[in-house]
Design a protein around this ligand. Structure first.
Ligand code: ATP
Ligand code: MG
Length: 278
């Protein structure tokens, strides 16, 4: 069986100018990435700021046309002009739920409109569909009547996840989806993602700077550096026996994973150890 998502030698180039008067140069934001994500897998994507993670996410969700390379979804080639159904199947959760939710609209109307648009639930079933979405993301049904600004950061991020789930996707691409949250809200959202994966068989691409969370949540990890994947493998292998010098440097820069007394608390993830030393 082939992987659910296959990226084959993806490149994304941008023309940029150092100064307004300077000649444009080509910036290789993604520079030959090949990756496969199996169904129900959680792939972590890590690497320093600017290494191309979000650009790659843009390619996955069909927002960015790669300069070269091929994206295959469920065995078929897809591009930015993908069908409504493929678009629905791959959903994104962003870092900033405030920016991705219209502040003026109640949660109920946002979710109902999406479900309607995709014709996923008959009119008579809408109320129960919305209630079960709230239940899925561990929010009380009254949140449906709230506007985003009336909710806490953790609640808003769970609404953003509910919005992604409303269209019954197979894949969630989470780009720094918990970075803006405090430690306890992070734990709630990360545990929720782990549960959704177990319950719905959701495939997750989890982009994060937080290696402790990646280690807890992901079973595979891809390490990016300067637009390339320098190492990819089972999470345990990456965290205990990284081969690439850049991966080792990245791990050394994550004191949570190595020095329990470093002063910063590792996120408490429902009793799961966030690293070998916690
Ligand atoms: N639309 C664009 N036009 C020009 N350059 C871009 C564009 N989008 C991204 N870049 C550049 O491409 C490179 C990769 O950016 P990208 O946002 O993918 O990095 P990232 O790994 O997500 O970083 P971060 O961890 O900070 O979110 C950066 O040098 C960025 O400045
Ligand atoms: Mg990014």
């Amino acid at each position: 069986m082939s992987a659910l998502i296959e990226l084959d030698d993806i490149e994304v180039h941008f023309k940029v100018r150092a100064r307004r008067s300077a000649a444009p140069v080509t910036l290789r934001a993604v520079d030959g990435v090949s990756l496969a994500v199996e169904r129900s897998q959680c792939l972590g994507v890590v690497g320093e700021s600017g290494c191309g993670k979000s650009t790659l996410a843009g390619v996955l969700i069909g927002l960015t046309e790669p300069t070269a390379g091929r994206v295959r979804y469920d065995g078929r080639d897809v591009d930015t002009r993908r069908s409504k159904d493929v678009r629905r199947s791959i959903q994104m959760v962003f870092q900033d739920p405030v920016a991705s939710l219209n502040p003026r609209r109640r949660v109920r109307s946002v979710l109902a409109e999406l479900i309607d648009y995709h014709g996923l639930v008959p009119e008579a079933g809408m109320t129960s569909a919305l209630n079960s979405l709230m239940e899925m993301v561990n929010l009380p049904p009254r949140v449906l009547e709230a506007r985003p600004r009336e909710l806490s950061g953790g609640q808003r991020q769970r609404v953003a996840i509910a919005r992604a789930l409303a269209v019954q996707p197979e894949v969630l691409v989470a780009d720094e989806a918990v970075s803006a949250l405090d430690v306890s809200a992070q734990a709630t959202v990360v545990n929720l993602l782990a549960d959704l994966r177990a319950e719905l068989g959701l495939t997750i691409v989890f982009i994060s700077h937080d290696l402790g969370i990646v280690r807890t949540l992901c079973d595979r990890v891809a390490v990016m550096y300067a637009g390339r994947v320098v190492e990819e493998g089972a999470a345990e292998t990456i965290f205990t026996a990284a081969r690439h010098p850049y991966t080792r440097a990245l791990l050394r820069a994550a004191p949570d994973l190595y020095r329990p007394d470093a002063g910063r608390d590792a996120p408490a993830l429902g009793g799961d150890p966030a690293g070998p030393s916690t």
